[in-house]
Structures are given as structure tokens and as C-alpha cells.
Design a binder for this molecule. Structure first.
Ligand code: 5GP
Ligand code: MG
Ligand code: MG
Length: 180
């Protein structure tokens, strides 16, 4: 599995440090709010699990699964809800946790939906941001790292369902998806 990675961008330790830093900010920003933290499945599972343990105040969590990419490495521009929330969002302070923001289409759709459902506030926390490819006016409130316009995997991010369990974020060798 490691031999499919061209370059490690962010190590396990760098991710740990950045989650701690964001956790401190979230603890301050949400000190009196009891936010509903929404994990966008499946990519954000690892980041969400690490982040919430660094938030030292009351939080509730829920999960949502949306699809935009299918098995390709470029966005289809379509966003489909596969699993909706269990908890009502009306009046809640929402923190969306994402693995990566690329075009921003997925998040634009989610933010619109949550506002339509009358969330009191909606903020975005993403491990990775790929601002070069942005097509929507989405600006994340909390960002782990910016990444270049490359297809990355690991720490939750997949290619065809694989590589999520890598403890770091790395660039996938192009021959891996060109030969598939
Ligand atoms: P967007 O709607 O912002 O274009 O796409 C967001 C979703 O596309 C992410 O949540 C992620 O699932 C997927 N995605 C975008 N860029 C990458 C990437 O470099 N690697 C992987 N594994 N997934 C990506
Ligand atoms: Mg995602
Ligand atoms: Mg994916």
C-alpha cells in the first residue's frame, strides 16, 4: 500500500499537532454553544474522531453521507444524499467536519441544506483545503492544511475505497489510477 504513494505531504505527527491546535480554537469558539458536529462520511471519520477528543466542552455528533465523485478522481458536479442526519438541526450551531474541500460543490450543497433547515449557525472544519480548484464561494472556518492540486489519499481519504487507513496524507502515484 505504501508503495503506491508518490510523496507524503503530512505525517501522522503533523496531523496530530494540527488537530490539537484546531481543538483548542473550537473549545474557545463553542464554549457556551453545545454544537452539533456533523461528520461527512466516510472521508472525515478519522479527522472527526481525533478533533472531537480535543474539544473540551459539550458536543453532539451526527453523520451524513453524500456522494459527488463515484469512483472517478474528478468531480461529477452532482451531489446526492446517501445518509441523512438523525438529529434535527433547527436552532443548532452546526460544525461540519470534512476531509477535503476541492471544488466546494459538496459543501455548498450541505450548507444550503442546513440553512434551509434553520440551523442557527453553520461553520466548516476541514482537514485539507485545495483552494486552486474552488468553484463555489466556500471559505472554511478551520483548516488543517492546504494541499496542491493533486489527488491525495490517507487519513480517511480514499481511492476506490482503499488507503483510508494510512496514518498520513500522501499523493497517490498517477499510475495507480491510470492503470485502473
Ligand atoms: P468537492 O465537492 O469539494 O469538489 O469534493 C469534495 C469531496 O471530493 C471530498 O469530500 C472528497 O471525498 C473528494 N475529493 C476531492 N479531492 C480529493 C482528493 O484529492 N483525494 C480524495 N481521496 N478525495 C478527494
Ligand atoms: Mg469528504
Ligand atoms: Mg472518496
Amino acid at each position: 500500500m505504501n508503495e503506491d504513494i508518490k510523496e507524503v505531504l503530512y505525517s501522522k505527527q503533523q496531523i496530530e499537532e494540527v488537530s490539537k491546535k484546531i481543538g483548542v480554537q473550537l473549545t474557545n469558539d463553542y464554549a457556551d454553544k453545545k454544537p452539533l458536529v456533523i461528520c461527512v462520511l466516510k472521508g472525515a471519520v478519522l479527522f472527526m474522531a481525533d478533533i472531537i477528543r480535543k474539544i473540551d466542552t459539550y458536543v453532539e455528533i451526527d453523520f451524513m453521507d453524500v456522494s459527488s465523485y463515484g469512483e472517478a478522481t474528478v468531480s461529477s458536479g452532482e451531489v446526492k444524499i446517501i445518509k441523512d442526519l438523525d438529529v434535527p438541526v433547527e436552532g443548532r450551531d452546526i460544525l461540519i467536519v470534512e476531509d477535503i474541500i476541492d471544488t466546494g460543490k459538496t459543501l455548498q450543497c450541505l450548507v444550503n441544506l442546513l440553512k434551509h433547515r434553520k440551523a442557527a449557525s453553520v461553520k466548516i472544519c476541514t482537514l485539507l483545503d485545495k483552494p486552486e480548484r474552488r468553484m463555489e464561494g466556500i471559505i472554511p472556518d478551520y483548516v488543517g492544511f492546504q494541499v496542491p492540486n493533486e489527488f491525495v489519499v490517507g487519513y480517511g481519504l480514499d481511492y476506490k475505497g482503499m488507503y483510508r487507513n494510512l496514518p498520513y496524507v500522501g499523493i497517490l502515484k498517477s499510475e495507480v489510477y491510470e492503470n485502473n
